[in-house]
Design a protein around this ligand. Structure first.
Ligand SMILES: [Zn+2]
Length: 113
């Protein structure tokens, strides 16, 4: 049944993601201030990753965290643990990446570090 898929979305789990998001936000700001990085990577952090982090924190605030922004199904637990800012489930993200192929290399470049 549907609700079983989101059983892992407990207050403890979401609080851990919130801490993770805040740490990520801080470390990205620190990196932007100190690190010499390729312009594409800098742009990706500012235009994609930071806004995703802020949006995820906002979703936590309104108790909407953990659900895909496109199909509204729960996002996989492992995905949220790995990338707590993920706004979409794997399926919807892949669909989007196929529609915007230029975004893909930048994201891959960043997340493979
Ligand atoms: Zn989805």
């Amino acid at each position: 049944m549907d609700y079983d898929l989101s059983d892992f979305l407990t207050a403890t789990f979401i609080e851990a993601r919130r801490q993770q998001l805040l740490e990520r936000e801080q470390s990205i700001h620190a990196r932007l201030a100190t690190e010499d990085m390729p312009e594409a990577q800098r742009t990706n952090l500012i235009r994609v990753v930071l806004p995703n982090i802020m949006a995820a924190l906002a979703r936590i605030h309104v108790h909407a965290y953990g659900y895909c922004s496109d199909c509204e199904e729960p996002i996989l637990q492992t995905r949220l643990e790995l990338r707590p800012e993920s706004p979409r489930c794997v399926h919807c993200q892949q669909t989007l990446d196929r529609q915007n192929p230029t975004d893909l290399p930048r994201e891959q470049l960043l997340w493979r570090r």
